[in-house]
Write a protein that binds this ligand. Structure first.
Ligand code: MRU
Length: 347
């Protein structure tokens, strides 16, 4: 089995597995400054909410190191401005905002210290964000596993796997924890148009790890559910609002509606870093709209008239009523989400 790491921090550079080239090519892109990280996030070289957060942490280290001590702008004003710029690379995954704010807060905690000390502390914090994500995902996987029984089959959408995180993934962590426990949990993966994360990434990473995975087209979810092949839907998330409404990859909403129709539970694998208690409901979650080219082409080839109108939302919001439970590293949250998320986030 190949060991494939999504993000590496080596000798003061951020190395990112180029996810736009998977599953055919495994190669890394080196980010030497904040602009490189911004571009990597925007072009989805790195993607998936927690991985974007980890990359942003290191992006801030690179920004801090590039500060000119002779500059008229104070270091803290500079760092905040760089952070705001980085946050604008993709709007939906709140982990990006969370990681930037955490780094800025760390820096502020060392104000008055020599510049080199502050930069070192920022680097230590970025590494901590990276390391914490691994343990978080193991815990989410174990909590998800407690909701399943040996032999179950899970439908997932997009990629909320090790490629989307520091390691293990959130939704896909359940398959790796099952392997560790000697349980047999099978996967169905939606292909996930337009970017095909299910086909290019989930099918790839689960196959690499020896998980039994069946790839289906997005429009097949209803029939596989009706055939009794699916015991649970488990997906990741980019932002969970305080009332439980959840933004995730476009198509998650449809899958959740179908699951309700067929009496199949829908579990959201959510690190607490993706829960935004300042966002009251799904209506306030900013939804990224991406280029029309993503809809018009597959693998670079046009599949539609170039002039046709398109609409390309990268995410949708699944209303809380379609969600059975939100599974975090701190525990499993059931409705009423508004009350129970509040209790969880106080822990
Ligand atoms: O556009 P992407 O590939 O960044 O979207 C990713 C998703 O929607 C994931 O499900 C989500 O970020 C959770 S990743 C653990």
């Amino acid at each position: 089995m190949r060991e494939i790491t999504t993000l590496k921090w080596e000798k003061g550079n951020l190395l990112l597995l180029d996810q736009t080239l998977l599953p055919h090519t495994v190669t890394y892109v080196t980010c030497k400054n904040l602009e490189d990280v911004y571009q990597a996030i925007q072009t989805m070289i790195v993607r998936g909410a927690p991985a974007i957060g980890v990359a942003a942490g290191y992006g801030m280290v690179l920004a801090a190191g590039a500060y000119e001590e002779t500059s008229e702008e104070s270091f803290f004003d500079y760092l905040k401005a760089q952070g705001e710029y980085l946050k604008s690379s993709r709007p939906t995954a709140v982990n990006l905002m969370w990681a930037v704010d955490r780094i800025v807060k760390t820096a502020e905690g060392f104000s008055g210290q020599p510049f080199e000390t502050v930069v070192k502390e920022i680097e230590a914090e970025a590494i901590a964000i990276h390391e914490e994500d691994k343990q978080t995902n193991r815990n989410i996987g174990m909590n998800l596993l407690s909701l399943l029984k040996d032999g179950d089959t899970v439908l997932t959408h997009c990629n909320a796997g090790s490629l989307a995180t520091a390691e293990y993934g959130t939704a896909l962590s359940v398959f790796y924890m099952a392997q560790e426990k000697g349980m047999n949990i099978k996967a169905y993966a939606d292909e996930t148009r337009p970017r095909l994360q299910g086909a290019n990434l989930t099918a790839f990473e689960l196959t690499e790890h020896g998980v039994d995975v069946t790839l289906i087209c997005d429009n097949m979810a209803a029939v596989v559910m009706s055939q009794g092949k699916i015991n649970a839907v488990i997906v990741g998330c980019d932002r969970v609002a305080a009332n439980g409404d959840t933004a995730n990859k476009i198509g998650t909403f449809s899958v959740s509606v179908l699951a309700k129709q067929f009496g199949i539970p829908v579990y959201i694998a959510a690190p607490t870093t993706t829960i935004d208690m300042d966002c009251p409901t799904g209506k306030e979650i900013p939804i990224e709209e991406r280029s029309r080219e993503e809809v018009l082409r597959i693998n670079g080839e046009y599949i539609a008239p170039k002039e046709v109108k398109t609409y390309n939302l990268a995410f949708d919001v699944t209303p809380a009523e379609y969600i059975t439970a939100i599974v975090t590293e701190k525990g499993i949250v059931y409705p009423s989400f508004r009350d129970n998320l509040k209790i969880l986030m106080r822990k």
